[in-house]
Design a protein. Structure first.
Length: 540
């Protein structure tokens, strides 16, 4: 309350300049949160750090003959077996990203509610602390103390969940009639302590790579994801209140920082990739912990809610104020379910393509060259695959640009028209992408796909504010955003499954196109639903 009062005093004097400071803070926060999309650079160095070295039988025999000393190793038959084994190892590591996305999406519901009550600063600072702690502990994962602390935290979390279930099932019973109920929580706590100590002494530090995997899943997975969830919604929620007539544009600018953050994060010179190559993954985690804590905290301190609704926008936003709904009311509205399904379909389609675009683009260029009768040497094939990887960079850049552009467009032509146009354009591009086999065509397609995918993150926050108001925006958008968390897991798995079943990525693109058409249809349905509701309200 004191902070909110101070914010009000500070912003009454110069509200116009204050809102641009909030905009700067929002971009700063989002730039650092966006590093989550750069997790792919972690897997290769972490494989060498977490798992034993994989060598072939021939290499093992050669080392023995040379009298070389080596530590823990895993011996496989040949190079193909080594590639497959390393792919499995990296697959285990990649669960950290899935956990991070799920944690991000579902924690955002809680963070949104806190944001609506306390304002944007507190949850954003909590997010900074969680991200910093997550990467700090990951950087210290080689210490036995970290394993024990992580084990204790896990046992404590399980104990809390068990106690919550107990109270949910038996909390309504009278402990005077059943005195044993008073002792059950004590028994649960005692059992958890004993089990924690016994299992800790038996297993912690003795499971090899499993120890480090669990720590990574819990740190750069769950903790970092929770930190992103706490901080992500705060800038957007503050901005839609400061800029009620430009909700789409300011939402787009804020989340564009998220997209650019991922692009800068992967840089060779000043980004994480170059630092990891020079200093190693452990040192990077420690540095990134400091960057997350300091950077997000600085941005968070710039965030504040306006002292009152700007007078210039009062008449234009009057309907939105009247439509403010609690999260319970929001969940009961058909409009919420349509919006959720639209976001799920659109996000799943985009993530499905993003997960496979690098490999797909390279394969398309190789197939085109081979179709022309050229016999490709290994170096030429590697060069074509590298050119295909450039599509990822173009997609990332236009992902960020699309967030601003679609936000601006939606303020001009309306949210419904923008959603329909965006999804139809994306569906057409998905169909066309299947037959593209030149470097230029694939680059253009990647730009369009990224441009439209980025639009999701500008249009859905502003649509949420339009439908359910700005007062409880944090928790309402958090509920909508859970669709993205689920789509993040399902979409990537669906793309890989399509390849495994059909032997081609064409099926994945067809499914993605169909999902975009579904989202366009849902957007039209949402517009019809809202028009009927408006007519009914007017008639009443």
């Amino acid at each position: 309350m004191v902070n909110q009062a101070a914010d009000a005093i500070g912003t009454e004097r110069k509200p116009s300049s204050a809102r641009y400071l909030v905009l700067v803070g929002a971009v700063v926060v989002q730039l650092i949160l966006g590093t989550v999309y750069g997790y792919s650079i972690f897997w290769q160095p972490l494989t060498a750090d977490v798992f034993p070295e994989v060598i072939t039988e021939v290499e093992h025999a050669g080392r023995l003959a040379a009298g070389e000393e080596f530590g823990e190793i895993l011996i496989v038959a040949d190079d193909d077996a080594r590639v497959k084994r390393m792919a499995v190892q990296q697959g285990y590591l990649k669960y950290a990203f899935s956990i991070c996305i799920l944690s991000f999406a579902f924690v955002m519901v809680l963070a949104g509610r806190i944001q609506d009550v306390t304002g944007p600063r507190l949850p954003a600072l909590v997010g900074a602390a969680l991200m910093g702690v997550g990467f700090l502990v990951a950087g210290l994962a080689s210490s036995p103390v970290v394993f024990y602390l992580a084990h204790s935290a896990f046992v404590g979390a399980v104990t809390i969940l068990v106690l919550m279930v107990f109270h949910a099932l038996f909390g309504h019973l009278d402990p005077q009639k059943l005195p044993v109920l008073k002792a059950v929580p004590i028994g649960i706590g005692a059992a958890a302590i004993v089990a924690g100590v016994v299992l800790g002494n038996q297993y912690v530090g003795r499971l090899g790579e499993l120890d480090k995997l669990f720590v990574l899943w819990g740190t750069i997975g769950f903790l970092a994801g929770a930190g992103i969830g706490f901080a992500y919604v705060c800038p957007i929620a503050a901005l839609v209140k400061w800029f009620p007539k430009q909700k789409g544009l300011v939402s787009g600018i804020a989340v564009a920082g998220f997209g650019f953050g991922a692009y800068l994060f992967k840089g060779d010179t000043i980004g994480a990739l170059g630092y990891i190559e020079r200093h190693g993954i452990t040192a990077f985690f420690l540095v990134h912990a400091l960057v997350c804590f300091v950077g997000v905290s600085i941005g968070a301190l710039m965030l504040r809610n306006p002292p009152a609704q700007p007078a210039a926008a009062a008449s234009a936003a009057g309907a939105a104020v009247n439509s403010d709904t609690s999260w319970q009311e929001t969940l009961r509205r058909p409009a919420f379910h349509l919006l959720w399904l639209m976001f799920f379909s659109g996000a799943m389609a985009g993530l499905m393509v993003i997960g496979i675009i690098k490999v797909f683009a390279g394969e398309q260029l190789v197939d085109a060259a081979q179709a022309g009768g050229a016999a490709l040497a290994e170096a030429e094939m590697s060069d074509l695959l590298l050119k295909g990887a450039a599509a990822v960079g173009w997609l990332a850049i236009f992902n960020a640009i699309g967030r601003i552009a679609w936000g601006f467009i939606s303020d001009l032509i309306g949210r419904t028209a923008s959603l329909v146009a965006m999804f139809l354009l994306q569906a057409v591009m998905m169909f066309l992408l299947i037959g593209m086999k030149t470097e230029l065509a694939i680059a253009v397609a990647a730009c369009v796909v990224g441009f439209n995918f980025g639009g999701n993150f500008a249009l859905f926050p502003s649509a949420t504010a339009d439908l359910f108001g700005a007062r409880n925006f944090g928790v309402n958008y958090g509920c909508v955003f859970t669709s993205y968390g689920i789509a993040g897991v399902v979409g990537i798995a669906a793309g890989n499954a399509a390849k495994a079943i059909t032997g081609s990525y064409a099926a994945a693109f067809m499914v993605a196109a169909a999902l975009c058409l579904v989202s366009a249809g849902l957007a039209i349905g949402l517009a019809v639903l809202q028009r009927r509701a408006a007519h009914a309200a007017h008639a009443a």
